[in-house]
Design a protein around this ligand. Structure first.
Ligand code: PNS
Length: 161
């Protein structure tokens, strides 16, 4: 049976922690869909299409092997996307107990809604302190984000845009 998994998130922007999780997930599943979802609780830095494009470039730059599709989803529930593409698993990266507390209710609701299971993956602890919101803040105040994001993202954020 072909195993398809979805890695959802805001990815605003994609970080080295996200790339680490995407690589681990690509090693576990036959096909991976990295799906950029608008999170209304967060103030966006980058347009969705730009986030998709940066993830595509970062995945290529990292040399991650496997069938990886990068796309976005804005029409309704994330589990509807999973059902549409035949994905039975959602992947979430867990950095700390705070992530577990945030992700657990969503995982249970997604299972209740459509039988989609959530798999929690642990990124390299070297990335445990890295978050997109921190990167957004450092970038907006003119700081160097190179240690936290793929090179393509650092170059983009430090360009004139
Ligand atoms: O990177 P983020 O912002 O933590 O990602 C959160 C995201 C986008 C994965 C989450 O907000 C989400 O799943 N949104 C889709 C809307 C949905 O299906 N909600 C109901 C079940 S949780």
């Amino acid at each position: 049976m072909r195993r398809i998994a979805v890695v959802p998130g805001s990815f605003d922007p994609v970080t080295l922690g996200h790339i680490d999780v995407i690589e681990r997930a690509a090693n576990l599943f036959d096909e991976l869909h990295v799906v950029v979802v608008h999170n209304p609780d967060k103030t966006a830095l980058l347009p969705i299409a730009q986030r998709v494009s940066l993830i595509q470039d970062a995945v290529k730059q990292a040399g991650i092997e496997g069938e990886i599709l990068v796309t976005s989803w804005s029409v309704g529930l994330l589990v509807d996307y999973c059902t549409d593409v035949g994905a039975s698993v959602l992947i979430k990266g867990i950095r700390s107990q705070i992530d577990v507390a945030y992700e657990t209710p969503m995982a249970i609701v997604n299972r209740d809604l459509a039988g989609v299971e959530t798999v929690f993956l642990l990124p390299d602890p070297a990335h445990a302190h890295v978050s997109s919101s921190l990167v957004r803040q450092v970038a907006s105040l003119g700081g160097d984000v190179a240690p936290y994001v793929p090179k393509v993202v650092a170059d983009f954020l430090q360009s004139d845009r």
